[in-house]
Design a protein around this ligand. Structure first.
Ligand code: ADP
Ligand code: MG
Length: 309
């Protein structure tokens, strides 16, 4: 009955988007004491995106300001960022394109790209000519250095974004900051529920190369017992080995630079999407890019293991 139980476990897993890469998964996963979750791409979506836009004198999208102000800020910023390759630029261009699609303004794309002649790339931002206006986009200091004054109504969204671990991108022209675009690598939907389920009977540890607010937002969360911040990719495997002196360790990560850490763990689970997925070093691969499937992997392995014996 043993091979049959395994075959059936593999099949049930596959139906949930979990590919069992090594049969030892059924033996080791039920014994896991510590689950290590990589932050970027596992707890977060792994990609920069625009979370909200604040306009001068107003709040985020939800308040009573006319939508056009926000749209102008986003569109002019995107027109300049089209000429930049920075991940922040990509997020802003995508958001502007999306908001145009939602508003049904796809046809009037005249000002979607700034004049290449006026374009300047600086270490902390960009400048470009849009609608005959010199539009400055970037870090608040970059904008101040280029003559923009930032009003108190924009200072609070700037500090709030930083406190959340997001990046505030100031946009302005004609001597004034007009808005702040908050860009971040957002936590996955329902990540905290997934963590709570995982923490039932196991210690959950978060591992990240980031420091400060981006890491701190995962502290003091139900189910998270520890956050290891400022751990560079090459040190992750060593962290796993140290944790193994405390118990059986599972590592969940996505990027190919997580491969050594996945291999160093008793159980390696690859989660994510795209070509970066580190499948070779994994005992299980979650192809559905679904964080909740991690807890299901443990439940399924436990059930299967019982039937093997
Ligand atoms: P990191 O230190 O995270 O690698 P960078 O050195 O790439 O960041 O950029 C530092 C900061 O400069 C960013 O956080 C952002 O505030 C600003 N910045 C740089 N390039 C751009 C851009 N094209 N658009 C907006 N902001 C930018
Ligand atoms: Mg960088």
């Amino acid at each position: 009955a043993t091979p049959l139980a395994i075959a059936s476990g593999v099949q049930t897993a596959a139906r949930r988007g979990i590919v069992v890469a090594t049969e030892t998964l059924f033996e080791d996963a039920p014994d896991v004491d510590i689950v290590v979750l990589d932050k970027t791409g596992t707890l977060t979506e792994g990609e920069m995106s625009v979370e909200r836009v604040h306009v001068e004198g107003g709040g985020p999208a939800a308040d009573s300001r006319p939508i056009s102000d926000e749209r102008t800020v986003l569109r002019r910023a995107a027109a300049v960022e089209t000429l930049s390759e920075h991940p922040i630029a990509g997020a802003i261009v995508d958001a502007a394109r999306e908001s145009d699609t939602i508003d049904g303004n796809e046809e009037d794309d005249d000002d979607h790209t700034a004049d290449i002649d006026g374009f300047e790339r600086h270490p902390r931002g960009v400048v470009g000519l849009v609608d005959d206006e010199r539009v400055v986009v970037g870090h608040p200091d970059h904008c101040r250095d280029r003559g923009l004054s930032i009003s108190p109504s924009l200072e609070s969204p700037i500090s709030a974004a930083r406190a959340d671990g997001d990046v505030p991108v100031v946009v302005g022209w004609d001597g004034r900051a007009r808005g702040v675009i908050v860009v971040g690598d957002a936590p996955r939907e329902r990540w905290n529920e997934a963590v709570e389920t995982l923490s039932d009977g196991r210690e959950v540890v978060v591992l990240t190369g980031d420091e400060g607010a981006a890491a701190d937002r995962f502290r003091d969360v139900d189910g998270v017992s520890e956050v290891f911040a400022g751990v560079p990719p090459e040190a992750k495997a060593e962290t796993i080995r140290r944790l193994r002196t405390r118990g059986t360790v599972a590592m969940v990560g996505d990027g190919s630079n997580d491969a050594p850490a996945l291999a160093a763990a008793d159980v390696g689970i690859a989660l994510g999407s795209g070509t970066e997925l580190a499948t070779d070093a994994a005992d299980a691969v979650i192809v559905g890019d679904d964080l909740e499937a991690v807890a299901e992997t443990f439940a399924l392995a436990t059930g299967t293991h019982r039937r093997i014996r």
